[in-house]
Design a binder for this molecule. Structure first.
Ligand code: RUB
Length: 331
């Protein structure tokens, strides 16, 4: 992958802009957040005036401080932490390649590029693995907007399968509308429904496909708010429920739901400030947890696995490395 292949959405953005864009959700979706975070480290170090006599320990300091800032932008999706870990770990395991500050910049830059490449390739592989599950002539229910889910459905469509996708609109940010548009533009039949209508229409659904923000080591899934309701409906109807998750969506640290911080976003996403009664407290969690027993499988870039296998998959990639070994997530 060359620099030109990196997503336009953040390729030329400054570190500060990337931080702001993740916070405001201009950059959103767990995979993209991870890619942008790795790129943010690159943009930060490239714009830093470092002198060779400062050595690379100074480079680490710049990177750690940038990583802390990026880490705090959105707390739930572990793709962000794992993208940072990928770069920081890569720098630490290759000290021989970094004699000067310039070397350090180059190495950070190439690791950010590597993460972007592996992340894009992972989505392509998930699509290949997942398209086999899409029922020809059937109905697929989705929620929110996941690049991995959309690409899986597009791959099945390209293979000649004819199916209907029912996309839940996903209040309060309506990312389901993005899914509906992306799929219809790819030539797939789409229905859009409000989240509360999912159960009403569910009797014709054959498959549920959702994305993933974090998969705990125990296989518990965090994804967009409403996902756990959808999983319960699927279970009631005996319909398979799969999540599409690149390996780096598995947490190196969170054992189960108690270990994951669920982002609560602004009340104005739910109700305009001028319509909000002063005595009403608005709750606006962005994600919820789905228990492993409701999950038929996790479609990863390394095959379709059971929730109980998540632990081994992340261990295979990161061993005992953890983001908390580099920055203080609890600060
Ligand atoms: C997006 C969301 C998506 C996952 C996976 O939430 O929950 O299902 O992030 O997406 P938000 P992808 O809009 O709040 O970021 O497959 O694109 O990584």
């Amino acid at each position: 992958m060359d620099v030109e292949d990196v997503e336009e959405l953040f390729r030329d953005s400054s570190f500060e802009q990337i931080v702001e864009d993740i916070k405001s959700m201009r950059i959103r979706g767990a995979g993209r957040i991870g890619r942008a975070a790795a790129w943010g480290l690159r943009q930060n170090i490239l714009s830093t005036e470092g002198h060779d006599d400062e050595g690379y320990s100074r480079g680490y300091e710049y990177n750690y401080s940038a990583a802390e800032t990026l880490y705090d932008t959105r707390p739930t999706a572990v793709s962000l932490a794992n993208a940072l870990l990928f770069v920081l770990k890569g720098l630490q395991t290759d000290p021989d390649q970094m004699v000067t500050f310039k070397d350090f910049k180059q190495r950070t830059s190439s690791l950010a590029l590597d993460f972007n490449e592996l992340s894009i390739n992972a989505v392509d592989t998930i699509a290949l693995n997942g398209k086999e599950l899409v029922p020809d002539g059937g109905v697929v229910q989705t929620i929110c907007n996941s690049t991995a889910v959309v690409q899986t459905l597009i791959a099945a469509h390209k293979e000649g399968k004819d199916f209907l996708v029912r996309a839940a609109e996903t209040r309060p940010r309506y990312q389901g509308r993005i899914t509906a548009r992306q799929l219809v533009e790819a030539g797939i039949r789409v229905e859009l429904c409000v989240d509360n209508a999912i159960r009403h229409h569910f009797s014709d659904v054959d498959l549920v496909l959702v994305g993933a923000d974090t998969v705990c080591k125990s296989g518990e899934l965090f994804n967009k708010i409403g996902t756990s309701n959808l999983a319960a409906i699927a279970k009631d109807h005996g319909v398979p429920f799969y999540t599409c998750a690149e390996w780096y969506k598995i947490s190196t640290e969170a054992e189960s739901l108690a270990d994951v911080e669920v982002e609560e976003r602004a009340s104005s996403e739910v109700i305009p400030d001028d319509e909000l009664h002063q005595d009403i407290k608005v709750r606006n969690p962005a994600f919820d947890a789905t228990k492993p027993d409701l999950i038929s499988g996790i479609i990863t870039d390394e095959g379709i696995i059971q929730p109980g296998e998540a632990r081994e998959l992340i261990k295979k990639h990161f061993g005992t490395w953890k983001i908390s070994g580099f920055i203080g997530p609890d600060d």
